[in-house]
Design a protein around this ligand. Structure first.
Ligand code: DQA
Length: 145
């Protein structure tokens, strides 16, 4: 069975109340339920985690080697700053999909830079919470192709 790790970076624990005009009102817990249900339908399993700490995200990426087939990551603001996260992904060489609720290409200039994008095979953005199950779908089809 395909095993997918979904990692969420800083401030995403506040989804539901954080800038709802940008990120919507769905909580991370709701998103996890959506992900599980989509994964079930596709014969996959998902594990979802969130951290506000760069090092913890890196440790989880390292530990994912040999345990997960794919990584879906919404790295939050670390997307735009973290060479360390990018290197962690390259180091474990797990197929990785970059995910964002908002369209980072249509916001401030500093959000246009993505280090995660340099090591990801695909990008889902601008679909709000619905982007999560969408990302699982793309990951499963990528892994089976
Ligand atoms: C985000 C976009 C990032 O620029 C921002 O820092 C976030 C959330 C998104 O999901 O749209 O924290 O990754």
């Amino acid at each position: 069975m395909t095993k997918i790790l979904i990692l969420n970076g800083p401030n995403l624990n506040l989804l539901g109340t954080r800038q709802p005009e940008v990120y919507g009102t769905t909580t991370l817990k709701d998103i996890e339920v959506m992900c599980r249900s989509r994964a079930d339908k596709l014969g996959a399993t998902v594990e979802m985690r969130q951290s506000n700490h760069e090092g913890e995200l890196i440790d989880w990426i390292h530990a994912a080697r040999d345990r997960f087939d794919g990584l879906v990551i919404n790295a939050g603001a670390y997307t735009h700053t973290s060479i360390a996260l990018m290197d962690a992904i390259s180091s474990v060489a797990i197929p990785t999909l970059e995910l964002h609720l908002s369209n980072i290409h249509e916001r401030e200039d500093f959000r246009r830079v993505s280090y995660i994008g340099k090591v990801a095979f695909d990008l889902v953005m601008g679909h709000g919470a619905d982007g999560y199950p969408m990302a699982i779908e793309r990951m499963v089809s990528h892994l089976s192709s």
